[in-house]
Design a protein around this ligand. Structure first.
Ligand code: PMP
Length: 449
């Protein structure tokens, strides 16, 4: 047995963590035999659950045939097949696909594709990517630029140019008299104001998560938001990039998060659920109108050694088959409602949990010291870290973050694999109840018994 006793590995998170031993379905086990229920699907990526036989066998078969062939030299069948499969599931016309190895890489590729499209179409002054605060688009230098998270971006700012940001539509925090739909328009109109402020000719694209993920814990914009955003982008000739890294491949009860509305992005970014954690994989999809000029210019000036990796793409093909075979998108929609109802019941017991929201199995909530005033716990309390740890001790994995940018708060997400059953949701909720009981004791928060 090998542990990192020498501390050779370095990480974002605090070590030590237990060494994982095995996993199956919605569970993982560590080396000591302790079992964890995966209420965060890893990094909200293991959509089809752990240990799926069909995917493992498909990857093995591909490895036996060919594990690697460079895309400069060869096409490979899994990449071609996955591109076909994706095109048939994405909004009509989004049928030009480009594969990479992860979410940040896919965001980088989307930004570079947009920029090259602008140059290829004689719009070389366009380069700014407007993002939102808070938001998360990845951790590489380019993906950080439109990411709204000061803590992650500040250190790198001399190298990674911060892009213009508009507030994310955090409607749950608003206290004004406007209806939800009016507030949706209000937040969308901030995009137009920002474009005009920056100078429309300098703006290349607007990037957003259709339903917020890591930074905003399942933030769902009002319906009015999407058509207005599309209208504004069209009026100023700006590309709309949907970062569906977390929301894609069924997570929210539709294939894409954006499919809950009829809005149409210019570029879709996918990763996480696409391979469900079985192999590193990401993708961008765009229409011929975007890709055509770039190809005509001599080709996309981009490429990674592992782009279109045959084993990763074989995993992707098998994952999509399993999503269909097991009816996981419908299950996400149904179980998501069960989960939200259960969380609502928990919040009656623990009134410091509020603003429960989300779609499908991307479900989130806020934690407030004073829910009436929406007053957060103090930042120094690092309550999000404590919540994760208290759950982990009890064998439950959840996702929790301190929201930065605008009014602060701690939030958490419960995002189990899309195979989750009612009984497993019951187990998650029971353990979460125990966790919140301990959390309330530690932070001196009221509980209704
Ligand atoms: N975009 C979004 C919306 C994400 O949620 C993430 C990952 N949390 C990324 C990009 C970056 O993906 P990766 O961690 O695979 O680089």
């Amino acid at each position: 047995m090998s542990t990192d006793e020498a501390g050779r590995l370095f990480h974002f998170t605090r070590l030590p963590r237990p060494v994982v031993d095995r996993a199956g379905g919605v569970y993982l086990w560590d080396k000591s035999g302790k079992r964890y229920i995966d209420g965060s699907s890893g990094a909200v990526n293991v959509n089809i659950g752990h240990g799926n036989r069909a995917v493992i066998d498909a990857m093995k078969r591909q490895m036996d045939r060919v594990s690697f062939a460079y895309t400069i030299h060869f096409q490979n069948e899994p990449a071609n097949e996955l591109a076909d499969q994706l095109a048939s599931r994405l909004p009509r016309g989004m049928d030009r696909i480009y594969f990479v190895s992860g979410g940040s890489e896919a965001v980088e590729a989307a930004i570079k594709l947009a920029r090259q499209w602008a140059v290829a179409t004689a719009q070389p002054t366009r380069w700014k990517i407007i993002g939102r605060m808070p938001s998360y688009h990845g951790i590489t230098i380019g993906a950080l630029e439109p990411t709204g998270d000061d803590v992650l971006t500040r250190v790198f700012e001399p190298m990674s140019r911060p892009m213009p940001l508009i507030p994310a539509p955090t409607v749950h925090r608003d206290h004004d008299d406007l209806s939800l739909e009016e507030r949706g328009l209000h937040y969308a109109d901030m995009l137009e104001a920002k474009i005009l402020q920056e100078g429309a000719d300098s703006v290349l694209a607007f990037i957003m998560e259709p339903i917020g993920g890591a930074a905003t814990a399942a933030l769902v914009p009002p319906d009015s938001y999407f058509p207005r955003i599309r209208e504004i982008c069209d009026r100023h000739g700006i590309l709309l990039i949907h970062d569906e890294v977390m929301t894609g491949v069924g997570r929210t009860g539709k294939f894409l998060g954006g499919d809950h509305w009829t809005c149409r992005p210019d570029i879709v970014v996918l990763s996480k659920g696409l391979s469900s954690g079985y192999a590193p994989l990401g993708a961008i999809a765009a229409s011929e109108a975007i890709v055509g000029p770039v190809v005509a210019m001599g080709g996309f000036l981009h490429g990674h050694t592992y782009g279109g990796n045959p084993v990763s793409c074989a995993a992707g093909v098998a994952v999509l088959q399993e999503v269909d075979r097991l009816g996981l998108i419908a299950n996400a929609a149904t179980m998501g409602e069960v989960l939200k109802d259960e969380l609502a019941a928990l919040s009656r017991r623990f009134p410091f949990v509020g603003d429960i929201r989300g779609k499908g199995l991307l479900v989130g909530a806020e934690i407030y010291a004073d829910p009436e005033a929406r007053r957060p716990l103090p930042r120094e309390a690092v309550a999000n870290v404590r919540l994760i740890d208290l759950a982990f001790e009890r064998g439950l994995i959840i996702y929790s973050r301190r929201v930065r940018g605008g009014p602060e708060s701690d939030n958490f997400m419960v995002c189990p694999p899309l195979i989750v059953t009612r009984a497993e949701i019951g187990e998650i909720i029971a353990t979460l109840g125990d966790t919140l009981e301990a959390f309330a004791r530690e932070f001196n928060l009221p509980v209704n018994h």
